[in-house]
Ligand binder design. Sequence first.
Ligand code: NAD
Length: 555
Amino acid sequence: MSDHTAGPREVRAPRGSTLTTRGWQQEGALRMLLNNLDPEVAEHPDKLVVYGGTGKAARDWRSFEAITRTLTTLGQDETLLVQSGRPVGVMQTHEWAPRVLIANSNLVPDWANWEEFRRLESAGLTMYGQMTAGSWIYIGTQGILQGTYETFAAVAAKRFGGSLEGTITLTAGLGGMGGAQPLAVTMNGGVVICIDCDPSRIDRRIEHGYCDTRVDTLKAALDLAVEARDARRPLSIGLLGNAAELVPQLLAMDAPIDIVTDQTSAHDPLAYLPVGVAFEDMAEYARTKPAEFTDRARESMARHVEAMVGFQDKGAEVFDYGNSIRGEAQLAGYTRAFDFPGFVPAYIRPLFCEGKGPFRWAALSGDARDIAKTDKAVLDLFPENESLARWIKLAQEKVHFQGLPARICWLGYGERDKAGARFNDMVASGELAAPIVIGRDHLDCGSVASPYRETEGMLDGSDAIADWPLLNAMVNVASGASWVSIHHGGGVGIGRSIHAGQVTVADGTPLAGEKIRRVLTNDPGMGVIRHVDAGYDLAGEVADERGVRVPMREG
Ligand code: NAD
């Protein structure tokens, strides 16, 4: 079939229990690829961009058509190989092997910089896969909502007596991931001002129920924020403008800000709007003069980060939210960029020691009742986990599904396999209308090496050791995952991370049950052993209590 006329078209995953492929493992991959590009889910589906700057699901439309065509005919003993969004081969494997193996954006270390990446990208030889864009398990903004909610809950516990009531948070970036911030803060009882330079992003968050209101002036934002704070009423305010201008202005005004962070696309200097550039001119300027744009973006990030440090000097709680803005500001010559910590060492690492991370699942039926039933199953399985119960209740009230209905919650070692096995039983018994796909973010306890984020400040200094995500991918292949991916540069940008993902389809068969038991034990097990190896006592206790074998602790 010829497809050189392939071009943008609107796509949406099939729903229901009728296969459009030769098996549910392939069907899961096909539906999740299509779901990633559903206009309700993707930020810019016409460009195949799912989220996170230019994080794509397929390299170009021709590749997309070839992937979907191949998945439709792929056998139970075949594996499709995808190289940076382009399907490059089909190999005979076996039933336990993944149906798809994906490698995205990987470069030899000495070549791993944006300049070389862009050269290869514009030659059509690679694409930026982000984390869950090129690995087909993005579920919309909810995916990040729970992690963001937990992070702000940890901030509240650390500094504000367990709630953000009566506090004002200042942040920027209302894109695919950053758009979770306003709702995560209000779920914790706080008031938040979120700056974005793209009015359509603010409007989209309001439309999806993630942000309450939009204002276009600093004064209006501050007046609203102070009034709500004084009334101890949660409120999220989208403020139109450039963060590199407005954050320093707020500092100069001595604005009463308690918490400061940022989720603009700072990991990619071509996606951060420099001061003095109109938003409407940004794309063309970045395309035509990338080097000049990069210098100006970095200079602006330096001013932005300088103001964040200024807020910290005045006593605010300030943290980097995983977008590399400190690294970019440092490249522009700002020497105090790393004065505030990243969110992982500040709040998340103890969870990683227990193998906890962003477990997520989606209902291939398209039926929201399947998610309601799985929510209940998770609550029944872990009745003692109060924060899980609080999260599921809030999510049911506030989360608007995008694309296929889906849920996320953080579960640890010894928990994920139980949830997965229960879901598979529910598919087998007919309680659910169709199979469930179970995956996770690449931002997980044992699947990523990222010295500015997940592995920042490791106890033994092993921040940049990237063997762990490779072992993680290999163990998931060996354990029976349905598709497995190895990416470079997600989250924090090219040259700064290596990470792996897995997705496993619960199709109700005994074979899927066997695979799920192994994958969902071994995958979080990587988090436990990675942190045991780095010398975290908590991880050692978890390994001992829950029976994770670590040869160096035996004998
Ligand atoms: P995105 O590209 O969808 O959105 C970025 C937003 O920033 C856009 O809406 C853009 O208009 C805005 N923006 C750019 N420059 C700006 C400026 N100077 N002032 C104000 N607004 C500006 O990206 P995303 O998916 O939301 O991800 C945001 C960042 O967070 C990325 O760097 C990503 O890698 C990182 N991230 C962090 C986590 C985490 O767990 N903390 C997870 C995923 C992604």
